[in-house]
Structures are given as C-alpha cells and as structure tokens.
Design a protein around this ligand. Structure first.
Ligand code: ARG
Length: 255
C-alpha cells in the first residue's frame, strides 16, 4: 500500500498533478481538495518533525523563528527530537534539516478549548534565505470576511497509521464571518479564532501549525482545528495570527 501511495504521488508530481484526484488513495490526512505545490510558491512553509517524521507545519517569520500551533508543541515532545525541514517540497528529503533551540507554546493556550493555539520555535541556526526559503510578513490586524487565502501542508495521518502526503499541497479557501463560523461551532469560536473554507476544500490532520496566507502575501492564520475535514457545514478553524504580534516580539522574534 505504501509503495502504491509513493508511486502514485511520484507520478502525480511528474505530471504536475494532472492525475484525477479519484485515482489517488483518499486519505484523511492531507490538504483536502488541493493540488501539489512547489516549495518555491510557499517558501515560508516548514515541515515540523519529531523522531524524523512530519507531524505539523510551521511558518518562517524571521531567519531564526517560526510560528506554529501550540498544540504542535506539547511538553511530552522533547526539544532534542524536533527538526524543521526548510526549502523542500517533500517533507522527508531535500532542503535543510535544522534542529530546534527553543519552543514556546503560548502561556494562555488551553488544550481543552484550543484557545490561543499559537507557539514559536527558535531554530538552532539561522536559515539561509533563497527562492525556496523565505520569511512571510505577519498580519497586524484581524482577517476580513470573504478574503481569498491559501492553506498548505503535507497532511499526515490515515486514522490509526501515520502516512503523510509526501509532497507539499495547497488549497484556496475564503475567510468566513464570525456569525457563520459560530453557526457551525457555537461559542467554541473564541475571539482568537476564525474560520475559512470552501466546498470540498480544507486543511486536515497534520496540516496544523501551517500557514493560511492572503493573496497579497501575509500570514493571517495558523491551522488549528475543525470537525472532520471539508465537511459541508464545518469550515476549518484557524488562530488569528495578528493577535499575537506583541507576544512574538516579547519572545524575541524580530517581526
Ligand atoms: N488539528 C489538526 C492537526 O493537528 C488540524 C485540523 C484542521 N482541520 C480542519 N478541518 N481544517 O493537524
């Protein structure tokens, strides 16, 4: 099965993703409804890895700092086993594999409500920027309703196993009003969260911590949670990155 997945993924890449989605194994664990995308189109995207396996995304905001979701930085994952891979479209090979000097989940992160699902990673060496590795500007305010944005990542888990999407994928979605978001999720949506989605398009397990970026190149959201993936009534829920600018600076990130 794994060989089948690798073969089809490789063929899909070679053909620029022209294989119909229906021919690919339909995994729960990857960007839903998207297309294979080159890291040079999303050069701020990092793969966050523990014990050599991709498990979350992260977002380059300066040479030595990356954003991710707080739920991607649990205390039980020691810093020694963490790496980020920068500058590769594949999570498992290429680019630069860099260890982590410090990780900070937001002190007000609540693992039961997922409020303040934001964290920061300091890399053990500064990234060398190139056409494959670039920082992205962080939003300075809340996202607007109906904004076009792109979410990206390597996805991760078929339930019960840990098969990742080997190649980076991305999908266009639109930000959704707080009212519409609350009609799906009620008051589980805090002031630090917003929704984004589109029919059949969503982030999914393993995309967490990755970027939601507007067409003018600003990161407005970090993949946080959702009820299933791409379910018609349930958009993806993202952390409002713009709420945390002061926090990032207080942690030492030059943004
Ligand atoms: N919590 C998931 C993760 O850790 C991300 C879920 C995003 N879900 C969604 N429907 N957008 O990878």
């Amino acid at each position: 099965m794994l060989k089948f997945v690798i073969l089809l993924s490789a063929v899909a890449c070679a053909l620029g993703g022209t294989i119909p989605e229906g021919l690919l194994p339909q995994m729960d664990g990857r960007i839903i409804g998207g297309t294979a995308t080159s890291i040079s189109d999303i050069p701020w995207q990092l793969s966050l890895q523990s014990y050599g396996s991709h498990y979350c995304g992260a977002v380059i905001i300066s040479p030595s700092y990356a954003l991710t979701a707080a739920h991607c930085l649990p205390d039980y994952i020691p810093i020694e086993v963490l790496r980020v891979r920068a500058g590769s479209s594949w999570w498992f090979i290429g680019g630069d594999l860099i260890s982590v000097a410090s990780k900070t989940a937001h002190e007000d992160y609540d693992s039961s409500t997922l409020d303040n699902d934001i964290g920061l990673i300091e890399l053990s060496q500064a990234l060398t920027f190139s056409s494959y590795i670039q920082p992205i500007a962080v939003a300075t305010s809340d996202p607007e309703d109906g904004e076009d944005a792109i979410v990206s990542g390597w996805g991760s888990q078929l339930p019960g196993t840990s098969i990742n999407s080997l190649h980076l994928r991305a999908v266009p979605v639109k930000t959704i009003s707080e009212t519409a978001c609350r009609s799906a999720y009620g008051n589980r949506i805090t002031a630090n969260m917003f929704c984004a989605g589109a029919p059949g398009k969503d982030a999914c397990q393993g995309d967490s911590g990755g970027p939601l970026v507007t067409t003018n190149g600003i990161v407005i959201g970090v993949v946080s949670w959702g009820n299933g993936c791409a379910r018609p009534q349930y958009p993806g829920v993202y952390t409002k990155v713009g709420k945390y600018l002061t926090w990032f600076r207080n942690q030492g990130a030059p943004v």
